[in-house]
Ligand binder design. Sequence first.
Ligand SMILES: Cc1ncc(COP(=O)(O)O)c(C=O)c1O
Length: 385
Amino acid sequence: MIYFDFAATTPMDYEAAEVYIKVATEIFGNTSSLHDIGGQAQTLLENCRKELAALLDVDKKGLYFTSGGSESNFLAIEALLSSPLKNGKHIIAGMAEHSSVHGVLTRLERLGYEITLLPFNSKGLIDQEQLINSIKPETILVALQHINSEIGTIQPIKEMAGFCKANRIHFHSDFVQSFGKINLKKITPIVSSFSFSGHKIYGPKGIGGVYLNPSIPWKPFFPDGSHESGFRPGTLNLPAIAAMTIAAQKIIRNMEEDLSKFKSKRKAFIEALEPIKNRVKVYQADDDSQLPTIIGMRITGIEGQWLMLECNRLGFAISTGSACQIGMQTPAKVTKALGLNDEEATEFIRISLGHSSKIEDIVRLGETIVGIVQSFKSVSVILRN
Ligand SMILES: Cc1ncc(COP(=O)(O)O)c(C=O)c1O
């Protein structure tokens, strides 16, 4: 089986896994314990925090570890709302945000907050004019993801966060799909907070973090927590933190080189679909606003779930969108943001590339999809006769 679902999760890097085992078995102390074994764990924890802060060009004082991107989104939004820059109860977010953002927004709506959700334009981007026009005097928070997990479009966070900052509005961004994939150093100083996760970058699952600008005097969501300065309670998962740090160092070191390789691989996949190009619609932005590893598309007349199962039968693991929606029978959120109708939404599929994706396998996947679509056409002709 060849894996093309790296936006859902990645296999753990071998070196990161070795570090995980070493820390779990040798540096196992509780970082809060006062004895030397605890102290050794605490030193490693702070070294990891320092290293991640350097990779992201942020102050380590604002970096908190969590159980992953979902919890980070929740806690960051709650923290920002505990310390708004002005009075008001209006929040703006993207329609295609991850379900963890929508989950906290639903909770906040019940508490009396007014939520405005912004769609994508035809290129899968938030319209900046629309964002500006949606801002009200009582807008206190804007939450917009950096890279969409289903189509890979890169939002212009720098401009939007800068505008919010100038208007005394907190800006949170979900960096889960951009951390380790593109350079974040130019935008980390502008946002109020961002979230990241270990398992999208060949680190362990169940680990991630939040950066909250240290100038924000947030109040804890969970009462009486002692770990992470009260930001999140619970004994820290130090093996996972150390392994995520190694994975982050490795992926960021090779980021630029990987990006150019992925661009040609994406091109090769799309070219392989040439024989059915009249039926293929790839949702993408211009090159400089597009992560090459995520290809979100649909093929007219072919149900995405059926195509995914056919690909699976033929040895390729692809996806119909966000893995977090399995079992929910709802189409990928991005389809709503893009304004697709119900039928078009069911046709959506996502192919996402990773380090082990070889160009010959990518081309073979494209040819396999062409074969499936062409044989589906002949089957339906036979059925109609
Ligand atoms: C954009 C985005 N945000 C948040 C998450 C959630 O991250 P985690 O699985 O670490 O909770 C995901 C994972 O699918 C994601 O793609």
